[in-house]
Design a binder for this molecule. Structure first.
Ligand code: COA
Length: 166
């Protein structure tokens, strides 16, 4: 059984993440989305909110499960007997950091492989931070995030994000 873990902070999940996930579920027997509980990042959404938004966005996907984790990613991967970590590569600038993480994870557990999927070009400029910034300033994020995320951002910022077309 090939079990893959797709990790991230998902603060919040975007259509770029979803694109990677939709392709990953076609490649593996099971895909676990692993939401990092504790990170160096200050998150806008709580862990429970991030989890809820991921669950809502992924309802249509088969063979997929949402989990949260704390501590080292590789320990979580090992604890659920997964053998693959899936990462998305958006641009050349992602490569150095991704290579560093993949190599460190390999050093920590040589049985786990990191597999990279190239982001769809229409989402290659996306990040959770840029989505939050545009939403905060009342720009349109339509088509870039799931509807539930758009609503949640509106609630957080008390602004009508998405009322202006980009
Ligand atoms: N589409 C759109 N956005 C994407 C994307 C895609 N396909 N892939 C990544 N992004 C965005 C993310 O939303 C994130 O945006 P942000 O920086 O504005 O929040 C940014 O690109 C970076 O993504 P990523 O590298 O996946 O960072 P992350 O914070 O989401 O996740 C962890 C990083 C959680 C996987 C990593 O920190 C980790 O493994 N932590 C556990 C501790 C550990 O084991 N450390 C040692 C690792 S060797």
């Amino acid at each position: 059984m090939r079990v893959a873990v797709y990790p991230g902070t998902f603060d919040p999940i975007t259509n770029g993440h979803l694109d990677i996930l939709e392709r990953a579920v076609n490649l593996f027997d099971q895909v676990i989305i692993a939401i990092a509980e504790d990170n160096y990042k200050q998150t806008l959404f709580t862990l429970e909110e991030r989890r809820y938004l991921v669950e809502q966005a992924c309802k249509h996907l088969p063979r997929m499960e949402v989990r949260t984790f704390d501590g080292l990613l590789i320990d979580f991967v090992q604890s659920i007997n997964a053998n693959v970590i899936v990462r998305g590569l958006r641009a050349v600038s992602d490569f150095e950091y991704e290579m560093q993480m993949a190599m460190m994870n390999k050093k920590l557990n040589h049985n786990v492989e990191t597999i990279f999927l190239m982001s769809a070009s229409k989402y290659s400029f996306l990040s959770s931070s840029i989505i939050k910034q545009v939403a905060l300033l009342d720009g349109s994020i339509k088509g870039l995030v799931p509807v539930e995320v758009e609503e949640a951002l509106k609630g957080k910022y008390m602004l009508k994000a998405g009322t202006r077309e980009g």
